[in-house]
Design a protein around this ligand. Structure first.
Ligand code: 5AD
Ligand code: SF4
Length: 479
């Protein structure tokens, strides 16, 4: 294999937007190190998976994929596991998938260039450094560091000498390789301190660390200069954002940061995800009302409509407090679209609890809900609770929930027929002869346009909705 082909990499991403954005940073970092990204596993010298462990299915998918490509090991390819499964499983991955050469958890991306260098030049003499380090700290803790090893299973290398402060900082790089030239992510806060009973995130993503508002704004301005018009602010819990720097009185709250990003010249749309109801302030709604560039959409995961289950989940709010936040949104001047996440079958969830979740659907009137069957996760507090609800019952509740929500969406989407919305043109479905558009409310509004005035991807056009579906709208461009 030539040096050049060794320096090619293939990267596949699983999981949430945080992971998608981390991958953009990983690609930027690798390209800066002289690597070239390729489209297929076959072409790559280094195969990387950026992994998700939010539910057991997501995790299983990673190991299945690793297994599928085991055959390529003979060709000298190296395999690396990044992201949440890497953070969670650490060295155990080497036991489960012995052809893996590199494990780099999400808290360790800053060390990736060094790890790759060590991997490329790994010598048997480096056994010692691993052995020494591992005998000093045998367990790979959730906040542990990335580890790599050469293709030969006996050559192990561990990065040493990095303190927790370094590894715990946000993963920022000037080499972010954003894939979309019109809309892009900016991380404002990483990690989570909430410890909801079911959630693995505090263990995979570590404690909360906010970026300074100055650096977020500098990145937003830089993106605007490059022609970006839409920015999505990212964090596991953006509402918990705490500006770490700035003059006294100069620190920004999350709502102030949101407004400031919305006022960056050239930025037409700002979104944010994800919110935690406990930390969600009324000032966010005021900001949406005051700054037109802030999108009229809030994703506010509720997880359950039952106070008993919310308490067991350690969500730190009641159904009533959640509904109070919904009332703020409904009282806003703008028509704010609300979406959510819900879990069915949390340990101890009774029929009555589930009925409370269904009644919450009716009360709120969501435009979309992501629904999940509870799945026990390593390290989480709810692991101690018996997962006694059979999978068939979880599946039944999920089905009932989705059917009810679909009925709600059919009614909600119908109301948009005849209305005109501005959409960002995202692409074209050639087979259908339709353009793909997204509204400020984050709804898909596909449309037809006369050939003579075909829109450009990344521009904004007005579309009149003519047909509604449970999840999208269809319309005609207003020329
Ligand atoms: N089981 C099922 N769903 C989960 N989620 C998070 N952890 C679990 C789990 N252990 C869901 C929550 C969260 C979304 C991203 O994934 O609804 O908001
Ligand atoms: Fe999955 Fe959570 Fe990690 Fe995102 S942060 S990739 S949802 S485990």
């Amino acid at each position: 294999m030539s040096v050049d082909s060794q320096k090619t990499f293939y990267l596949e991403t699983f999981g949430c937007q945080m992971n998608v954005h981390d991958s953009e940073k990983v690609v930027g970092t690798l390209v800066n190190e002289g690597y070239r990204q390729v489209e297929t596993v076959e072409e790559a010298g280094l195969v990387l998976y950026n992994t998700c462990s939010i539910r057991d299915k997501a995790e299983q998918k990673v190991f299945n994929r690793l297994n599928d490509y085991k055959k390529y090991q003979k060709q000298g390819k190296r395999f690396g596991v990044l992201g949440c499964v890497a953070q969670q499983e650490g060295e155990k991955i080497f036991e489960r998938a012995p052809h893996v050469s590199l494990v780099c958890g999400s808290a360790s991306y800053r060390n990736l260039p060094q790890m790759l260098e060590q991997l490329e030049t790994a010598r048997p003499a480096e056994h010692a450094s691993f052995d020494e380090a591992s005998s000093r700290s045998p367990a790979f803790s959730p906040a542990g560091r990335g580890i790599s090893r050469a293709a030969s299973p006996s050559t192990l290398v561990r990065i040493t000498g990095l303190d927790d402060r370094e590894t715990d900082e946000c993963f920022e790089t000037e080499f972010t390789a954003r894939t979309n030239p019109h809309r892009g992510y900016i991380t404002i806060i990483e990690g989570c301190d909430k410890f909801c009973a079911y959630c693995v995130v505090p263990f995979t993503r570590g404690k909360e660390r906010s970026r300074t508002s100055d650096s977020v704004l500098a990145e937003a301005r830089q993106m605007a200069d490059l022609g970006y018009t839409e920015i999505q602010l990212l964090g596991q819990n953006v509402n918990s954002y705490k500006d770490p720097a700035g003059k006294p009185g100069g620190k920004k709250t999350f709502a102030e940061l949101l407004a400031a990003v919305g006022e960056v010249p050239g930025i037409r749309r700002v979104r944010f995800t994800t919110s935690h109801p406990r930390d969600f302030g009324r000032d966010i709604i005021d900001a949406i009302d005051a700054v037109p560039a802030l999108c009229d959409h809030v994703h506010l995961p509720v997880q359950s409509g039952s106070n008993r289950v919310l308490n067991a989940m350690q969500r730190l709010y009641t159904r009533e407090q959640y509904l109070e936040r919904i009332a703020w949104m409904k009282a806003a001047k703008r028509d704010i679209s609300i979406t959510s996440d819900m879990i069915v079958g949390f340990p101890g969830e009774t029929e009555e609890d589930f009925a409370d979740t269904l009644s919450l659907l009716d009360k709120v009137g969501y435009d979309s809900v992501f629904t999940f069957k509870y799945s026990p996760r390593p390290n989480t507090p709810s692991l101690a609770l018996e997962d006694a609800i059979p999978d068939e019952e979880k599946a039944r509740r999920l089905e009932v929930l989705m059917t009810r929500q679909k009925e709600i969406q059919i009614i909600r989407y119908k109301k948009y027929i005849g209305t005109i919305s501005e959409v960002m043109v995202e692409g074209k479905n050639e087979a259908r002869g339709q353009w793909i558009g997204r509204t400020s409310q984050n709804k898909t509004l596909n449309f037809t346009a006369p050939n003579s005035s075909a829109p450009k991807v990344g521009t904004y056009v007005s579309v009149r909705a003519t047909v509604s579906f449970p999840n999208s709208l269809l319309g005609e461009m207003v020329v």
